[in-house]
Ligand binder design. Structure first.
Ligand code: HEM
Length: 203
């Protein structure tokens, strides 16, 4: 879980940072997208790593959820379960919504087959993103999904510290704070785009 989680947490940081180029104007984001597409070899290595990580992450996540359920079955919730945070207890649910979001997102901006009203954009990623978030329900779906991503990341990143054996009594609260901050930075960075389009700041 930790290794695949780290790959995915790293990907969202890279993707979110790249997306912020939207605020620099059409040329900046479009050149960045073109650079990525021009480096097909690199792009496909990243894509394959991502696909493998997502599949393995879901597979191990399901096993972990089933093991947790079996361990609790019949008996009263043990002390550890009762003490677990909302983020921890809702990992399977936030995970499922994020997965649904990714499917929608790929159909939306990569395959461009849904929610864009049949418009074509060529290589103009800037125009596509602005058009994509001009639909209020779509923008709201992105924002809600990013908030769940924040919840998922805040627990996920703190679990990575746990796996690495760093989350001892002395460091626990500081590392949990760091994980929460990471979740919020990623979520707010992503949310800034649909929010900027909804409020007319990004045209
Ligand atoms: C406001 C939020 C987001 C925006 C505006 C955004 C924008 C985009 C755009 C424009 C593309 C297509 C790039 C191109 O084909 O040139 C893309 C691809 C992608 N996005 Fe996002 N994204 C957002 C959030 C996310 C999140 C949260 C995830 C994952 C949890 C994600 C995962 C992906 C993936 C896997 C691809 C496909 C990359 C590839 O081509 O292989 N995106 N995104």
């Amino acid at each position: 879980m930790a290794l695949t989680g780290l790959v995915l947490a790293g990907f969202v940081l890279g993707h979110m940072s790249g997306n912020l180029l939207m605020f620099k104007g059409p040329a900046a984001i479009n050149e960045y997208a073109k650079w990525l597409h021009d480096h097909a070899g690199l792009l496909w290595v990243a894509r394959l790593t991502l696909i493998l990580s997502v599949v393995a992450h879901i597979w191990v996540g399901i096993q972990l959820t089933l093991e947790n359920r079996a361990a609790r079955a019949g008996g009263p919730a043990d002390e550890a379960t009762r003490r677990a945070s909302t983020a921890s207890r809702t990992m399977p649910y936030s995970g499922v919504v994020i997965l649904a979001f990714i499917v929608f997102h790929l159909l939306h901006f990569t395959f461009r087959t849904v929610a864009l009203g049949g418009m074509t954009f060529g290589d103009d990623v800037h125009a596509m993103v602005v058009a994509g978030f001009s639909s209020k329900p779509v923008a709201v779906f992105y924002i809600v999904s990013m908030l769940l991503l924040c919840l998922h990341l805040s627990h996920g990143v703190s679990s990575v510290f746990q796996t690495l054996g760093l989350r001892n009594e002395r460091w626990r609260s500081r590392l949990d704070g760091l994980a929460l901050a990471y979740g919020w930075i990623i979520a707010l960075g992503f949310i800034s785009l649909p929010l900027a389009v909804l409020t007319g700041c990004l045209k």
